[in-house]
Design a protein around this ligand. Structure first.
Ligand SMILES: *[C@@H]1O[C@H](CO)[C@@H](O)[C@H](O)[C@H]1NC(C)=O
Ligand SMILES: *[C@@H]1O[C@H](CO)[C@@H](O)[C@H](O)[C@H]1NC(C)=O
Ligand SMILES: *[C@@H]1O[C@H](CO)[C@@H](O)[C@H](O)[C@H]1NC(C)=O
Length: 597
């Protein structure tokens, strides 16, 4: 729809008061112009002599229009909230063209005279009928508008179609539902309208796009923020969640200052289910757009989320360092006003853990903020005591934090070094999962996490490598693959303790297991990791009997022949490993290798 009458406006319900006044003024100015055009049409139509053409119908219609426009002006000026003006803009741009067309026709009739009058009259009568129809459509449009914005009590959402949207019923539904969410004085109607928008949005992407383009986000945020009832907040949060499906739509959220609004709603919320829904909205938005992910962190969404996650968790002094958890979070957790079922409480924690997972993913600043709270110890406790989705989400959060720490020495040192109490508790849990859990959804991320932390472990940390090596002949290939990759991080030359770790892996009987892994895997990408692991072992402990007895040399030589074409970056490493092994194994005449760590 063309919006020729208005300059572009920011989304309506977020306007600060002075801009809101201007916004209403702009609408009133446009209304004044339409009223002027309608009045002028009334006057001109009455001036046409009936002997020339009967324009009395046009005069009547124009009078009715002027009347309805004045009602609209009264409606707008009586509205205290920002006026939802999308349908009004479309209707007016159509109306002003219709009024101009009618005016042109009337002018033509007024000045007509002479002998051709008879001939003209025939075509002009058809024109008058056409223009009358257009004016009637505009009248119906404005009547619809008035009924939507000032509905009879209990009339609900007006489901009839204004002529302007007759080709696109969804547009009319979208308009009337958005207008109801923004303006209705009945909370129940606002909730129903928000739910109708969710159901329209759920149908297809075109509907979602239309709701966003027709400025549906600000009224929904207003409903969320009003906090009139848990039900209204849940309806708003759910609908917003349904709309937040891609970056383009989420940029409309951002323009409406959704992020600070959402964080504030979360801060002020006193109901478990509202919190859950709002946090789900945070996860949805942050998972799609990395700028939004960071912005949520900057707006301090992490503290309330960690507080809700930590609720009810008892920490003993040896791990917590004697702090009270709640004070260390320095987030004022508002008392809940409504009782919640155990299931609702669990769902909140599941949502919190998922949100921390999404917020930490690849984000150093969010990961730092999460670890600045006592989240780590809470996550460890939940991994210890919970099961299923909550346990998995907590573990995934830890995995993301460790992945960020893998490339950030400061975070590794300050938070995840195993001599720190929280990190130690966490490591205990990771090892428990690796040793005792069977679900790969838990075992795999636990191994990944240990791999990411490979550079934090001292040489004498003996608890870790045995369990990882034992996973090399696990029946689930995701587990063996992850174990190979994790072990590689222990023995690569970047790792300060790579020689000690290599020796330990050999002591845990790692060689036959890696060889078995290479044999059973037919995925060359994975085999490359296995070969890498063997090469590092060969570089760091070349004189090992296990390597000689395991036939590692011939496997590496075979690898050098078969994969180098595809993985040229492996060429040097394979060659060095062969060189080292040959020096020790065959009593060959090769010089002692110079490469060392
Ligand atoms: C809906 O709008 C139409 C005009 O399009 C009007 O005639 C009708 O009375 C309205 N219905 C309600 C329930 O307000
Ligand atoms: C105005 O809307 C009517 C339908 O209500 C349509 O038939 C007409 O073509 C529109 N006029 C313009 C100029 O868009
Ligand atoms: C959070 O709520 C507390 C009161 O419960 C208030 O003092 C604080 O300013 C609020 N913070 C934000 C970011 O809204």
């Amino acid at each position: 729809m063309a919006n020729t009458d208005f300059p572009p406006q920011p989304p309506s319900s977020i306007l600060p008061p002075t801009t809101m006044v201007q916004h209403h003024k702009t609408i009133q100015q446009s209304l004044a112009l339409q009223i002027l055009l309608a009045d002028r049409l009334v006057k001109s139509a009455k001036e046409v002599q009936p002997s020339k053409l009967d324009c009395s119908d046009l005069a009547k219609l124009a009078t009715q229009l002027a009347h309805l426009l004045r009602s609209t002006a009264r409606l707008v000026s009586s509205t205290t909230a920002t006026f939802y003006d999308r349908p009004l803009r479309s209707i007016f741009s159509n109306l002003s063209l219709n009024l101009e067309r009618a005016q042109t026709l009337v002018r033509k009739c007024k000045h007509r005279s002479g002998i051709l009058r008879q001939v003209f009259a025939i075509t002009t009568t058809a024109d008058v009928r056409k223009v009358s129809n257009l004016l009637e459509s505009s009248i119906a449009d404005i009547k619809w508008l008035l009924s939507v914005f000032a509905p009879d009590d209990n009339a609900g959402v007006n489901l009839s179609l204004p002529p302007i949207a007759s080709n696109d019923p969804v547009l009319a539904w979208v308009w009337s539902n958005i207008a109801t969410v923004q303006h209705s004085t009945q909370l129940k109607d606002r909730i129903d309208a928000a739910n109708s928008l969710a159901s329209l949005a759920g149908d297809n992407d075109r509907n979602k796009k239309m709701i966003v383009e027709e400025d549906g986000i600000p009224p929904l945020l207003k409903l969320l923020k009003d906090g009139s009832s848990p039900e209204s907040q849940i309806a708003a949060a759910t609908t917003l969640c349904t709309l937040a499906t891609d970056r383009e739509k989420i940029s409309a959220f951002v323009r409406s200052q959704a992020i600070s609004t959402i964080v504030q709603v979360l801060n002020d919320s006193t109901t478990i289910v509202v919190r859950t829904n709002v946090i789900n909205l945070v996860s949805r938005m942050a998972g799609i757009d990395s700028w939004v992910q960071e912005e949520f962190g900057r707006e301090n969404v992490i503290r309330p989320i960690v507080t809700f996650l930590a609720n009810d968790i008892v920490l003993d002094d040896s791990t917590s360092g004697g702090f009270h958890l709640s004070s260390s979070l320095s987030f004022h957790n508002r008392k809940e006003t409504e009782p919640a079922s155990p299931e609702e409480k669990l769902n909140l924690k599941i949502s919190c853990a998922r949100a921390l997972w999404v917020l930490s993913k690849g984000s150093l600043s969010n990961s730092k903020k999460i670890t600045e709270t006592k989240a780590l110890i809470c996550l460890a406790k939940l991994i210890q005591h919970e099961s299923q989705e909550l346990q998995i989400n907590c573990l995934m959060t830890v995995t993301e934090l460790a992945a960020v720490a893998e490339s950030n020495a400061e975070l590794r040192r300050q938070v995840l070094k195993p001599n720190l109490p929280a990190a130690r508790t966490l490591l205990d849990q990771l090892l428990r999962v690796v040793n005792h859990e069977t679900n790969p959804k838990l075992v795999v991320p636990a191994i990944t996490t240990i791999g990411s932390l490979a550079r934090t472990f001292p040489a004498k940390e003996t608890r870790i490598l045995g369990p990882l090596v034992s996973k090399l002949d696990h029946e689930v290939s995701d587990v063996t693959n992850e174990a190979v990759m994790a072990l590689t991080k222990f023995v690569c030359p970047d790792n300060f303790n790579c020689v000690e770790h290599s020796t330990a892996i050999l002591e845990f009987n790692g060689v036959p297991r890696v060889m078995g892994f290479l044999k059973s895997s037919d995925n060359i990408k994975i085999q490359v990791h296995g070969l890498k692991l063997l090469c590092y072992l060969a570089l760091h402990v070349p004189n090992s009997k296990a390597l000689e007895e395991g036939g590692v040399l011939s496997v590496i030589e075979g690898g050098a022949r078969s994969i180098v074409a595809q993985y040229p970056e492996m060429k040097e490493l394979l060659a060095k490993a062969v060189h080292h092994l040959k020096f020790y194994q065959a009593g060959s005449h090769a010089h002692k290798p110079a490469f060392g760590v």
